[in-house]
Structure formats: structure tokens, C-alpha cells
Design a protein around this ligand. Sequence first.
Ligand code: FES
Length: 122
Amino acid sequence: MRRSSMAWVDVAATSLADGVHHVELDDGRGIALLRRGGQWWALRDVCPHQGARLSGGTMRGRVAPCLPGEEISLNDEEPVLVCPWHGWEFDVVTGRSLADPCRQRVRSYDVKVEAGRVWVQA
Ligand code: FES
């Protein structure tokens, strides 16, 4: 559940390139801001495993289910953020770890685009 006291914070221009970016809030919190075309997501920029900055990671599609012997493919409709240190993967919407979604997650934030700016509720 999200805290209602969180405020919308202007974090970037919408001209930011596709990919993963680090944003520092005034209170010192780091945000990993992700963009793919017209879609935006924001996660706390700290990996719950050993504290890596997730904004140094990569975004790619989730590995699609397949049978043994079938070629592995990525589902770009379900992007994940891959931690740069040990490869843990996180759902960019919920922040949940794909390997242990019930116990391992990174905080996710709501994002909106308004007047050419990207806003994060943090
Ligand atoms: S610090 Fe992120 S997977 Fe280890």
C-alpha cells in the first residue's frame, strides 16, 4: 500500500532517452527511473540483495516460458530490471524479484508525465 502523504516530485524532462537513469531526490533518496518509449517506471535505486545501484543495470524483456530444448525468448511486454552486480531481476511495475517475489522486492513509485516533465510520487 502506498502512503498517501507522498508528494509528486518533478524528476526529469520527458526528453530523457530510453533506458535506466539515476535520479537523486532532495532528501537524498535515489530513484531508478526507467523509460521505454511512452512508458515510464520508477524504483528505489537500491538492490535489496547487497545494495547495488539498480540504475546501473539493464532493462530487458522477461524470459518467456518454454519447454526444455526450446529456444529462449524475451517478452518485451513484461520488462524487468536486471541488477548490475549479481543479476537479480525485478518486475519494473511492482518491484518484486522474479526469483523470490514474496520476500524480495524493491520499492516502486507511481509515475506520471505532465507538461513535458516526468513526476514521481515519492
Ligand atoms: S546486489 Fe543486486 S543482485 Fe546482488
